[in-house]
Design a protein around this ligand. Structure first.
Ligand SMILES: Cc1ncc(C[n+]2csc(CCOP(=O)(O)OP(=O)(O)O)c2C)c(N)n1
Ligand SMILES: [Mg+2]
Length: 821
């Protein structure tokens, strides 16, 4: 059988305790015995307790109001998490009212968002009107949201596991910023984590990576309530978790028992009581929370050794329930002591396992089904009365002259932050002037542009990262110039004439282990450095394109958080022909196109890539509140889908001659330009078709156009450099039409490159669906060609043949499109 609250490996350990939020701790501090025996200096635990009781009430009532005070009219349950909130009330009260400093940054467990908002309200940073607007449009978000909540959320959370890792990467970012731009005021990066979140793999990827080692300003607080969504967890695995964190180099603290239980353990026979609680199955222990009086006594003693009975007999019925539930995670002094202990450990991250009760103080405490259980209005009324409130006063803040009111004011002042940093104020060049005499791949051009940028004004702000694919995605040139980041100077043992892997605090490439989750989490935090570390950066990451999907949730997380960065998915598609199906990406273009906050870009030619990359860098450098010209949809990341296929650059140079750089650049940035203009043939009365390609498949499209011309068919070739921008332009005009009930016009970006009404063939080294909408946008027949099955190993031509992307198939598709017209 599994033990309920198994003995800690560190039971009885001493901790360094200081109750000031002290950063430079200097010489070793006195080591009071664990647990702390009295209130920490300068902190009135009674006042803190009064505050935490009010926070508990408000958190419960915020969820209650969302469900019971408003009619939604749609039959859909509103929901919310009172038990998960209650669990963290003590930990969060201790943080905000006695531990945090203004520069500290905290990620809040998604289901504790009502607690966070209750705290912001009591501090005076959230208007009262929001308290009854949880889960309402324009109101408080269900889960903490940087972009949508009205109060200042440091880290969005919601997809469990990511909210734990994000502050760790924010701390890694701060270390980088301090090393490159001088130290900022110290921030502690804190995550409040649900215990079941530890099942998420991304947690362990983050903990294991070299980039997060030694981050002494990081602290995780695990809400160790031993319940997940579905159940009371049978094997709570505390030994396993603590051992794993220690093995990863973390400092581990367990806050297991409160002072009541500790005192009882110290009495004669108390050791037997402790042993029994430690040995009791978790399910049995949790079932005690719903009981009282003789029932509780009987259940508690069920299976207990004889030695326990006299200790329990000496406890009255009224005392027994609070005693049994007296876990350290609800002991303010114990939590503050744990935080102080973590502060004193500055050479590695810390984790606090705070033993808690899910539903603490509520009638749902410990119930296996309490995750989304809502208190009834009657139960809420009992709580209201218990809090000393009435229907008229239930939302009130503390009287400002009361000790609790004074502490709220003091803490509010203490936590005020300076305004956030704006953009860099350094402009990006329009182009680095990449030359394209010979066949070039977009991956190659990407590497060259980065090297060039590393010589310019923006150089100090560029930071690259990759999950063990830096050299194979062509970051080597950049790394040679800037070095690899490591907090300490490292001696190089190999003389490599091609790659200079010099590691030190000045390096500008952050190398990650193979974890695409970590890549997107780090990019996200580098891309929020303007806010969380007061230093805008220009982060650039690379990843094999098929593995974008591996890190997708973290990518979504980062862009939802408002991060600004560039990522190159390279190589991509079946153009990576010899690598076979396991390494070929097909749906990533759709992901890039469809993800909000991501501008998807897929150039074919080096110069186009140069313009697009410089433009993206410039937009990021312009700052969070992007350049005035930027569309709102581009307040986010830029995703370049690139390849290793060298292609002839001459057709682009011809288009340059024909169109001129100024106009061509504008069109490339807007999403498409006419690579081949067949107007002369069309003027002679030839049938007209549009061949539209994106990325590596352009050579086949060009050959098809030439063959069609030989057949007397005028085939304009359009190179789509950003499906996303084209689609966005189309959607905007459509939506405008829908909203104003007017006939939508064809957007300028489409009209400029598709002046003729003619059938369309699309060709893409990606799922055919991603470009298929063009027919609809232009109101013409369309034949979309693309990769709609897994690829296999072969040559480019062999695989293009397999997926109907060879010129012959494109010609046939053009004839089919004309026939459909
Ligand atoms: C990635 C992801 N998977 C599933 C969920 C649904 N979910 C929300 S909370 C939860 C259980 C969380 O348990 P725990 O972290 O222990 O939190 P607590 O007990 O404090 O509520 C689950 C499965 C989610 N939010 N994110
Ligand atoms: Mg839990």
């Amino acid at each position: 059988m599994t033990a309920g609250l198994p003995g800690s490996a560190e039971a009885g350990h001493n901790v360094a305790v200081t109750f000031e939020t002290q950063h430079d701790l200097g010489p070793a501090l006195p080591q009071p015995a664990w647990p702390p025996t009295g209130p920490p200096a300068g902190i009135d635990l009674d006042v803190l307790d009064e505050i935490q009781q009010r926070i508990l009430w408000l958190a419960v009532r915020i969820v209650d109001a969302a469900n019971h005070d408003r009619a939604t009219g749609d039959g859909v349950k509103v929901g919310g998490h009172q038990a998960s909130s209650a669990s963290l009330v003590t930990a969060m009260t201790a943080l905000w009212f006695a531990h945090l400093d203004a520069p500290d940054r905290v990620a809040v467990k998604p289901h504790a968002s009502p607690v966070f908002h209750a705290i912001q309200y009591l501090l005076g940073d959230l208007d009262r009107s929001y308290l009854s607007r949880l889960r309402q449009r324009g109101g408080l978000q269900s889960y903490p949201s940087r972009s949508k909540d009205p109060d200042q959320v440091d880290f969005s959370t919601g997809s469990v596991g990511l909210g734990a890792a994000a502050p760790l990467f924010a701390a890694a970012t701060r270390r980088y910023v301090d090393d490159h731009f001088g130290p900022r005021p110290r921030s502690r990066f804190i995550a409040l984590v649900g215990d079941a979140e530890l099942d998420e793999g991304n947690i362990w990827e983050a903990v294991a990576d070299h980039a997060t080692q030694g981050l002494g300003d990081s602290m995780w607080i695990v809400d160790f309530n031993r319940q997940s969504l579905d159940r009371v967890i049978p094997g709570i695995r505390i030994m396993q978790w603590t051992t794993q964190f220690r093995a990863a180099g973390w400092h581990v603290v367990e806050v297991k028992y409160g002072r009541r239980l500790q005192a009882k353990f110290a009495e004669p026979g108390g050791e037997a009581l402790r042993e029994w609680i430690d040995a009791m199955p978790n399910e049995q222990y949790q079932s005690l929370f719903a009981l009282s009086g003789p029932d509780l006594r009987a259940r508690f003693l069920d299976g207990a050794p004889d030695a326990v009975r006299p200790v329990v007999d000496a406890v009255s019925d009224e005392e027994l329930a609070p005693l049994v539930q007296d876990l350290g995670g609800h002991d303010l002094a114990a939590m503050l002591a744990a935080y102080a202990e973590c502060d004193a450990v500055t050479d590695r991250p810390s984790i606090v396992f705070a033993y808690t009760v899910k539903g603490w103080g509520l009638p749902t405490a410990g119930n296996p089904r309490n995750h989304s259980a809502l208190l009834t209005p009657d139960q809420v009324a009992v709580l209201r009365a218990r809090a000393g409130l009435t229907a008229d006063t239930e939302w009130d803040r503390f009287d400002p002259t009361s000790p609790a009111g004074v502490l709220c004011h003091v803490r509010r002042e203490h936590l005020q932050r300076p305004p956030r940093a704006e953009g860099l104020g350094v402009a990006a060049p329009e182009a680095t002037g990449i030359r394209s005499g010979k066949p070039t791949s977009t991956q190659e051009a990407f590497g060259r542009v980065l090297v060039d940028l590393s010589r310019g004004e923006l150089a100090p702000y560029l930071v690259t990262t990759a999950p063990d694919v830096a050299t194979s995605t062509n970051l080597a040139g950049f790394i040679n110039r800037t070095g690899v980041y490591n907090p300490d100077e490292k001696r190089a043992w190999n003389e490599d004439p091609v790659l200079k892997w010099a590691e030190g605090p000045g390096g500008q490439h952050i190398e990650l282990g193979i974890s695409e989750m970590n890549l997107f989490l780090l990019l996200g935090q580098l891309g929020l450095s303007w806010d969380l570390s007061g230093q805008p950066l220009i982060p650039v990451g690379t990843v094999y394109d098929p593995f974008v999907c591996r890190g997708l949730d973290a990518l979504i997380y980062s862009v939802y958080s408002g991060a600004r960065f560039i990522v190159a998915g390279t190589p991509s598609g079946i153009t990576l022909a010899p690598e076979g199906g396991a390494h070929q990406s097909t749906i990533t273009a759709s992901i890039g196109l469809e993800l909000p906050g991501v501008t998807f870009i897929e150039p074919a030619y080096g110069v186009a890539l140069d313009w697009l990359l410089c433009d993206a860098v410039g937009r990021i450098a312009a700052g969070h509140h992007a350049a005035p010209t930027a569309q709102p949809a581009e307040e986010g990341a830029f995703y370049f889908r690139l390849t290793t296929r060298p292609i002839d650059q001459a057709p682009f140079e011809a288009a340059r001659q024909r169109i001129g750089d100024a106009l061509l650049r504008r069109q490339v940035l807007a999403g498409a330009y006419r690579l081949v203009d067949a107007s002369a043939l069309a003027a002679q009365g030839a049938p007209v078709v549009h061949l539209v390609g994106s990325g590596a498949v352009l050579p086949e499209v060009l050959t098809a156009a030439a063959e069609l011309a030989d057949e007397g068919i005028a085939a304009h070739v359009v190179d789509v450099t950003s499906l996303d921008r084209l689609y966005g332009a189309w959607q905007r005009t459509l939506r405008q039409g829908v909203r104003t009930a007017t006939t939508p016009s064809v957007p300028g970006a489409l009209r400029a490159v598709f002046p003729d009404r003619a059938p369309v063939v699309t060709a893409h080294d990606a799922a055919s669906h991603a470009m298929a909408w063009l027919g609809s946008a232009l109101g013409v027949p369309a034949v979309p060609l693309g990769v709609d099955a897994f690829g296999q190993s072969g040559t480019v031509a062999e695989l293009y043949e397999l997926h109907d992307l060879l010129p012959g198939s494109i010609v046939n598709a053009a004839l089919a499109a004309l026939a459909l017209g």
